[in-house]
Design a protein around this ligand. Structure first.
Ligand SMILES: Cc1ncc(COP(=O)(O)O)c(C=O)c1O
Length: 503
């Protein structure tokens, strides 16, 4: 007896589930009446060219859901009256999830990221998109010593929830480090967070109600765009000139026009730029006049590639600046430890939001990091990684200089781990992303970093994740891919330019 069932082994849905759905459909629609006898599992398996166990599993689930009854020795039949409450298991996706999803879950920047994430990556591709240290640059043995030490000395005391603002010994270490960088901070001013992503999330939650405006560079950190979108913020792109965000533009906005201005003054992600000291002072003046707080994201703290100090932090110049930083880029992302230095009157609301969000960052890891800092391991780590990042940057610049067509330009980064390639008008960042992918190189297209449809005029390259040799090779392959793209007749897309401000 051929039941007209069909299954496809190549389909995304497992065969037993395909079978479940087809049989359930026929029972529900009445095409198979109560008492209708199904063929033996062995026969059905042969007909469908699948394994008998698969049929047995589908039948078991159909029996459990009330569609079939099975009688030992007699066979399997359509149940008398499938019970009203019989429902397929939730995994069968019968709930209307697409109508249940919140606006946050379907926010545009998240979908944008998802689109790239789904693209297949050629195996062995050279990764100039990833912004994390390569495994050999992460001091796992030193961290293990610190974790061992903490467990030996604090035993289970390190295993409870951490205090709301973070473990005191870590906050003291952070305050001391900040003081060395010219940022006056006491341990009480610091809130430890689960990565600086959470720091940003807390700040966004503290400041933004749905529909509020927030200022950011036209090209900015994708993760910040995601968080602002989750809050329902309307992000406005601030144009840049060679010194940083365009002050004339900001001054033309009415006072209190936005809930904050998000900045990465020292090594902007994605453009690698640094805001000039003069512009920093002017931004602080503007912030007080306009009543708009500055959010200083110092994600690349201490990644200095030249023997020159970074310009003074905004937070060093103004205690009303909300400063955030992280150990992800300079040390180990898996620590998930970042922190906020808040203006005095924002400390309480930020700490209380932090507590509501996750009841505290891992106490064990905070103690371990405090020990790591206490032992001076971070300084030793910098002595290893900074020269290596310099080598990697130089390898990237060498490869680009050798093979990149003249139409594409860049500045040599002096700090941080990103280099921004400015593309000529006949290329889009998506074209370059795709051509690079085909050539076995992963890059981060400007599209991912753009505020709305703002100019998508470049691609970001990182030089922290691959060895110097692979970085150089990646730069050459990318240059060749771009050369080929430029040789092809290209339609001229319309777009706005975004200056990537000076290094
Ligand atoms: C500019 C910027 N800020 C914040 C973060 C968040 O990093 P984490 O949560 O690991 O500290 C990142 C991560 O890439 C970043 O690039």
């Amino acid at each position: 007896m051929d039941l007209g069932l069909e299954v496809q082994s190549a389909a995304e849905t497992p065969i037993y589930q395909q079978l479940f759905e087809q049989v359930a459909d026929r029972v529900r629609s009445g095409a198979w009446p109560a008492g209708y006898r199904l063929p033996a599992t062995r026969t059905l398996a042969q007909q469908l060219g699948t394994h008998r166990n698969t049929i047995v599993r589908a039948f078991e689930e159909l029996v459990a859901a009330g569609y079939l009854v099975s009688s030992v020795g007699r066979g399997t039949f359509v149940a008398e009256r499938p019970s009203e409450s019989a429902r397929p298991a939730p995994s069968r996706g019968e709930l209307p999830w697409s109508t249940l999803l919140s606006a946050s879950a379907t926010a545009e920047p998240l979908a944008r990221l998802e689109r790239y994430r789904r693209q297949s990556q050629p195996s062995g591709a050279i990764n100039l998109a990833r912004m994390q240290p390569s495994p050999e640059l992460m001091p796992h043995a030193l961290l293990r010593r610190c974790v061992d030490h903490v467990l030996r000395n604090l035993s289970a005391h390190a295993l409870g929830y951490a205090p709301r603002e973070g473990v005191l010994s870590l906050r003291e270490q952070l305050a001391a480090q900040l003081a060395q960088s010219g940022v006056p901070a006491r341990a009480e001013d610091i809130i430890v967070t689960t990565g600086s992503q959470q720091a940003l999330d807390i700040v966004a939650r503290a400041l933004v109600d749905p529909g509020d405006r927030f200022f950011a560079d036209g090209m900015t950190y994708t993760g910040a765009l995601n968080l602002f979108a989750l809050r329902g913020a309307q992000v406005l792109a601030v144009p840049n000139d060679t010194e940083g965000p365009d002050l004339d533009w900001l001054c033309r906005r009415p006072p209190g026009d936005a809930k904050g201005l998000y900045l990465m003054p020292n090594c902007h992600n994605p453009t690698g730029g640094t805001i000039s000291p003069r512009r920093r002072k002017a931004l602080i003046r503007w912030s007080h006049e306009a009543g708009v707080p500055l959010i200083e994201d110092d994600y690349g703290a201490d990644l200095e590639l030249e023997e020159e100090p970074a310009p003074p932090y905004l937070r060093a110049m103004d205690p009303e600046v909300i400063y955030l930083s992280t150990f992800s880029k300079k040390l180990i992302p898996a620590l998930r430890i970042g922190f906020i230095v808040a203006p005095r009157s924002m400390h309480e609301p930020l700490a209380s939001l932090k507590h509501a969000m996750d009841l505290g960052t891992s106490a064990l890891l905070q103690h371990a990091l405090a020990e790591f800092l206490e032992r001076g391991y971070l300084r030793a780590h910098y002595q290893k990684v900074l020269p290596e990042y310099r080598r990697r940057r130089d390898a990237l610049v060498e490869g680009l200089t050798e093979a990149m067509p003249d139409e594409v330009t860049w500045d040599v980064p002096r700090r941080g781990v990103v280099l921004w390639l400015r593309l000529p008008p006949e290329l889009t960042s998506d074209d370059v992303y795709e051509a690079a992918r085909r050539a076995g190189v992963l890059v981060s297209p400007g599209t991912l970093h753009a505020v709305g449809a703002h100019g998508r005029t470049g691609v970001r390259l990182t030089f922290c994740f691959e060895s110097p040799a692979r970085i150089r090779e990646g730069a050459v392959r990318l240059s060749r891919a771009i050369t080929q793209l430029l040789r092809r007749p290209q339609p001229r897309p319309e777009r706005t330019e975004v200056a990537s401000y000076g290094i």
